[in-house]
Design a protein around this ligand. Sequence first.
Ligand code: PAP
Length: 325
Amino acid sequence: MASTDRKHANGEDKLVFSLRRERGLASSYLYLFQEFWCPGIAIEGVESFQNYFEAKDSDVVVASFPKTGTTWLIALTFAIVNRKHFSEENHPLLTSNPHTLVSCLEFKIFCDEIHDPLLHLSTMLEPRLFSTHTPFTALPKSLIQSNAKIIYICRNPFDTFVSAWTYFNKIRSMSLPALGLEEAFEMYCDGIVSFGPWWSHMLGYWKESMARPNKVLFLKYEDLKENVNFYVKNIAEFLGCPFTAEEESDGEIESIIELCSFEKMKELEVNISGKLDKFIDNKLFFRKGEIGDWVNYFSPSMINKLSRIIEEKLSGSGLSFNMCS
Ligand code: PAP
C-alpha cells in the first residue's frame, strides 16, 4: 500500500504537517483534509480507501456523520441482508457488536489492523457490507460510479452534538483534558468536529440522494424512531431484497426490529462488557437512544445559536429535522 511507506506514529506524516489543524474532542488534532476535519489517525485510512477501494455492484455502504445512528443502521442492514442465513436463536448480532460485523472502511479495513486489505476485501462474501464516515465528496470514484448502494443516516444536530460530546469525552486520549460543554459547542458550531462540518456532510449525501435516489437512500434517525417498520421495508426494497408476503406474515420484520432495538442491544453481554478494537467499550455505543435529550444540556443561548446555524446552512435544501419526540 502506497501509504505504508510514510507511516508514522499517530498517522502523522509530511502531508499532515502541512494541513491546518485544531484540537479535536477526542484526539490531539483534527486536520482540515480535503475540505473536512479528519482525525489524524484516519487520514491514511481515508487516503487508502480512496486510492485502492474497488467497489462491486453488489456492495452496500452505510454512511453517516458520527453519532447519528450508525450502530443501529448497520445492525438493521446486516439483519435485513442476511435474514436467510441466520435463525433468531443464533444470530451473530446476539454475540457481536454491529461494528464488528460491518467494518468501517477508513478505520478498520484500510488501517494497520488488517495486514492485506485488498486480499481481505477479495475474500469477503457478497454482498459486502461496510460503514464509513467519509463525506460524499471524498468517497472513492469507484464507489460513486459503480452500482453499489449507499444508505445514509443523519440526525438532528442538537442530539448529535450531545451524543458526540458525551461519547468523545469518554474515549478521549487520557493525555487530553476533557472539553467542557460550552467549549465543545463552539467547536461544533464552527464545524470543527470529526468528519465535519456536519452541515456539509449531510448536504453532500442529501443532494446525491435527490439526484440519484436509486444510489443513495437518505434516512433520519428521528424517522426511524417514529416508524422503524416502514424503514425496514424501505431499506429492503432499496437493496433489491424486499420482504415477501410470507416473510411479512411470519413476523420477520418485527423480529429484525426487536433484535436491533436499543433496549435489546444494550442488554447483550457483548455490549455490556465487550470491547471494539481493545480500546473502545461497546457499551459506549448505547447511551440513551432518544430524541430530544438535548433539552437537558442546552441553554437558551445555545438553542438560539444552533437554530440560526441550521437555518443558515440548510436553508433552501429542503432538509429539516424533528428535534423532539
Ligand atoms: P458511531 O458514529 O460512534 O458509530 P452512532 O451509532 O452513530 O455512533 O451513534 C450513537 C447513538 O445512537 C447514541 O445516541 P445517544 O448518545 O443519544 O444515546 C446511541 O445511544 C444510539 N443508538 C445506538 N444503538 C441504537 C439502537 N439500536 N437504536 C436506537 N439508537 C441507538
